[in-house]
Design a protein around this ligand. Structure first.
Ligand code: ADP
Ligand code: MG
Length: 335
């Protein structure tokens, strides 16, 4: 790597404090500046690894700010580790940039590190190349041996929960596509698109309690579908119970002719909330544990032995989705 390139990495991605002395607790033995990173797991823990790529125009609108991209690329990976019940620890960052824009790099790295610091994540390496704007983070976390959450343990009779509210990000993206602007009256919705939350603390409190978990990135129907197929079960959900934010409800009520609220909330994607299942006799425990977090959790249905997903309205009518989550190679994709 040329000296000028390494200078950029030094300026925007290297920070004091590493490599580490034994007692600082980061587990980093060798980091940015060598050919590979060396880290040490806590005793009695397994390594959990997740990687996610954001491509401009596919995973974020091309006008997205550098700060939002820096946040989102880490947040989507944190969301995957949350769904595994893992504590995040170390990240690598692969950046493909069209050109060197120092203002962009400064805003991107400040936002990335703000979220990394909030979760005690250490950036230990990466790669920097030239090309169309594409960012990949690989996040490494740890979980006490055998305590990981997976998609495959849901059992008939388990209750299905989701955290937070669904559909805000999908609605913001649709508003942007339809109007071409990030409406200033809808900052709450655009905040969800640009700065997704992630549910690390939820993953930790679900350890030993949830029978399955997944993060909702492609839409509830698609992602719950992954739990059902991995677990070999089916489910029934009440689509009217799926939580939606006040901002979502207010906007959709005023524009009901243009936006389909249920499809948006159930199939929109980019929510980064968690969907998980819990044995019925543990529901009180779940609700108690959540009280300490201030995060909303809502029961939306039940796992059944009959395979397939049955969506009902509160009235008891069957509801049919007209859209099933985001697929990269779908023929009707409209980025
Ligand atoms: P080369 O490919 O020429 O050997 P490297 O890709 O190894 O150079 O980069 C040099 C060092 O900088 C490595 O330690 C690498 O992990 C780190 N690095 C490169 N790009 C980034 C980045 N975007 N963020 C963090 N570390 C990076
Ligand atoms: Mg390299």
């Amino acid at each position: 790597m040329a000296e000028a390139e390494f200078e950029l990495i030094r300026r925007y991605f290297m920070r004091p404090g590493n490599p580490d002395q034994q007692d600082s607790g980061t587990g980093v033995i060798c980091d940015i500046g060598d050919d590979g990173a060396v880290v040490r797991l806590s005793a009695g823990h397994d390594l959990v690894i997740s990687t996610d790529t954001l491509v401009s125009g596919v995973h974020f609108p091309p006008d997205t700010s550098a700060a939002a991209i820096g946040h989102k690329v880490l947040a989507v990976n944190l969301s995957d580790l949350a769904a595994m019940g893992a504590a995040p620890r170390w990240a690598t960052l692969s950046l493909t940039l069209p050109d060197v824009d120092e203002g962009w790099l400064a805003a991107f790295s400040a936002s990335f590190f703000k979220l990394a610091d909030a979760h005690k994540v250490q950036l230990v390496g990466g790669d920097t190349t030239q090309g169309p704007l594409t960012i990949t983070v690989t996040l490494h976390g740890e979980v006490p041996c055998g305590m990981q959450l997976t998609r495959s343990g849901a059992q008939p009779g388990d209750r299905i929960y989701v955290t937070g509210c669904l559909g805000d990000a999908a609605l913001a993206l649709t508003i942007l596509k339809n109007t071409g602007v990030r409406s200033e009256n809808q900052t709450a919705l655009f905040e969800r698109l640009d700065y997704p939350k992630q549910r690390i603390e939820v993953g930790l409190l679900l350890r030993g309690l949830a029978t399955s978990a997944i993060d909702i990135s492609d839409g509830l129907l698609a992602d719950l579908g992954h739990i059902l197929s991995a677990s070999g079960v089916g489910a029934r959900i009440n689509v009217d119970a799926v939580p939606r934010s006040l901002a979502f409800k207010a906007f959709v009520d005023e524009n009901a002719d243009v936006y389909e609220p249920l499809n948006m909330a159930l199939s929109g994607g980019d929510d980064y909330e968690l969907c998980f299942t819990v044995p019925a006799d543990q529901c009180a425990e779940i609700e108690t544990r959540f009280k300490t977090t201030g995060i909303e959790v809502t029961p939306i249905g039940e796992i059944e032995s009959q395979t397939g997903l049955r969506c009902m309205r509160s009235s008891g009518e069957v509801w049919e989705a007209t859209k099933y989550g985001y697929e990269h190679f779908a023929s009707d994709r409209t980025p």
